[in-house]
Design a binder for this molecule. Structure first.
Ligand code: XMP
Length: 525
């Protein structure tokens, strides 16, 4: 196991992610961890980056005992400065200019050889820099193993001990060969074994959930039919069986047949206790006259919690005699959600309210005294899918495109009416089915049909019609922060358009939205 001590960089979890990709098990603990409280001996230690300066009054420092453990240490960015500070307290200066962005790192040769950390890497490679402070001089007994044009000490190594420091971030994708460097450290230098798998994560997480929840307590979770909540639910079911209760709130703006599909998957396929709360009436009547996108989101979010809370109470009342109280609330939070909400630069400006993770369960957790349980919070989407497969969830479900909580309501521009929901639903169903039939579904990250309520003139069966416009949207993206429209062959769009106009009453035109994000967003509202 490699131990990562976290100094609070927004990239810290990426270190664990890269090591997982290398099939190396690693645990990340806060930098305040005391060696004496650790029940296992790591094969190597990584100090992450962090937003501090080692000279700050309350700058965090590791327990010095870690330096005496005799295992290899790699300090990244702040971690490098922490090593220098520990060695001689005077070698770090506040950088006169911050270095932020790409840089070219040159590995230094010594006796014709690059250092083991740079084994198999090009002599000059592109790396990502993000720091204020940097080393002003080499700590005693260290040598330079890499430089950049701005940093004479971009990489240092101790002459005799296995202690390394690098100023750049190997864990981010902006450092294309960073994983190889982490492999050199963990496998080459620390001799860590490549034996970790998602199967292990599953077993460990199930054990962790069991010890956290105990023998009697019950857990409640909201499911949406999406990948994250389904995988989280399946994991919970595996861990505590029938003491897990899933609730699906039908908000009246879900996809065609969605409730029935979720019911079949959770109960039939995965054997999970599921309660469906039908809120169609309440949601649709509350949405009457609401046209502003954020107002729609707020109304749906608020109503969702009301309905969910009401269901939660019923579950407690109906619990079997020997079962304990509902004390936990399951949430399928993923790591990218976590990064956005803990960024040290402060919460990023609200573009759409869903980006503020944690708003939703707060009232649930604080109001009812429920504790949050988030088994996926270290994982990325592709890892969640992998875990889903290990839990036996079928391919179609694990590969499902994301679907927003406010559903079709934010895909109907302006006011949501039952008639418009019906039309958008049918058009969306045709579009998605045709994408599936054409074998394109897994190449697309997200696709849907939206409805523009301003009407257009058309001619059908020799008659003039005046009807809605359907907007098709399909994007490819890896992180949902930027996206490109999917390049469908024109014939395909032509066929989709024909079917929608023929089969969905009330629609006379179909258009394809080819805007990238930015400047567009993925949803239309
Ligand atoms: P945007 O439209 O911001 O979408 O480019 C990025 C991703 O977020 C999803 N999304 C939402 N998900 N509630 C959600 O649960 C929302 O209000 C919401 N708005 C957007 C969107 O579907 C895409 O995957």
């Amino acid at each position: 196991t490699i131990l990562t001590l976290d100094f609070g960089s927004q990239y810290s979890h990426l270190i664990t992610r890269r090591l997982r990709e290398l099939q190396i098990y690693s645990e990340m603990l806060p930098c305040t961890q005391k060696l004496a409280d650790l029940s296992w001996k790591p094969k190597g230690i990584i100090f992450s980056g962090g937003p501090y300066s080692v000279y700050d009054k309350d700058a965090p420092h590791v327990d010095p005992a870690f330096f005496e453990l005799g295992v290899p240490i790699l300090g990244i960015c702040y971690g490098l400065q922490e090593i220098a500070w520990h060695e001689s307290k005077t070698n770090v200066i506040a950088g006169s200019e911050r270095e932020y962005g790409h840089a070219g790192v040159k590995a230094q040769r010594c006796g014709g050889q690059v250092d083991r950390l740079f084994d198999g890497l090009e002599d000059e490679m592109t790396v990502w820099m993000s720091h204020g402070d940097r080393l002003s001089q080499l700590p005693e007994s260290f040598r330079v193993i890499a430089t950049t044009s701005n940093s004479p000490y971009a990489g240092i190594a101790h002459e005799t001990k296995n202690m390394y420091g690098i100023q750049f971030h190997p864990e981010v994708t902006h450092t294309p060969r960073g994983t190889k460097l982490l492999e050199n450290f963990s496998v080459g230098i620390c001799k860590a074994k490549r034996e970790w798998s998602m199967e292990d994560f599953m077993v460990q997480e199930i054990a962790r959930i069991r010890s956290l929840v105990g023998e009697k307590d019950q857990v409640l979770g909201a499911v949406s039919g999406g990948v994250d909540s389904t995988v989280a639910a399946a994991l919970m079911k595996e861990a505590i069986g029938d003491r897990f209760h899933a609730v699906l709130v039908d908000n009246g703006v879900m996809r065609l047949n969605e409730c029935a599909i979720v019911k079949e998957t959770l109960e039939g396929h995965l054997g999970i206790n599921l309660t469906v709360a039908n809120g169609t009436e309440q949601f649709l009547s509350g949405l009457k006259g609401v046209t502003e996108p954020e107002a729609k989101r707020k109304f749906i979010g608020g109503k969702f919690i009301d309905m969910f809370e009401a269901e939660a109470e019923k579950i407690e009342v109906g619990a079997a005699k020997d079962a304990g109280k509902v004390k936990w609330f399951l949430q399928g939070t993923l790591y990218p959600d976590v990064i956005e909400s803990i960024s040290f630069k402060g919460p990023s400006a609200t573009i759409k309210t869903h980006h503020n993770v944690g708003g939703l369960p707060k009232r649930m957790t604080e109001g009812q005294g429920l504790k949050l349980i988030e088994p996926l919070r270290e994982l990325f989407k592709d890892e969640v899918r992998d875990l889903g497969r290990k839990l036996g969830i079928n391919h179609e479900l694990v590969m499902r495109h994301p679907f927003p909580g406010p559903g079709i309501a934010i895909r109907i521009l302006g006011e949501v009416t039952p008639e418009r929901v019906e039309i958008a639903r049918k058009a969306d169903h045709i579009f998605i089915s045709m994408i599936r039939e054409a074998g394109l579904y897994d190449q697309i990250s997200q696709a849907f049909a939206a409805l523009d309520p301003s009407k257009a003139v058309g001619v059908m069966g020799d008659k003039r019609v005046y009807q809605y416009i359907i907007i098709l949207r399909a994007v490819q993206t890896t992180d949902f922060m930027t996206a490109k429209a999917f390049p469908f062959p024109f014939d395909f769009l032509d066929q989709v358009s024909t079917r929608i106009v023929n089969e969905v009453d009330g629609v006379c035109r179909v258009v394809y939205d080819c805007t990238s994000k930015p400047p567009g967003t993925i949803e239309l509202e």
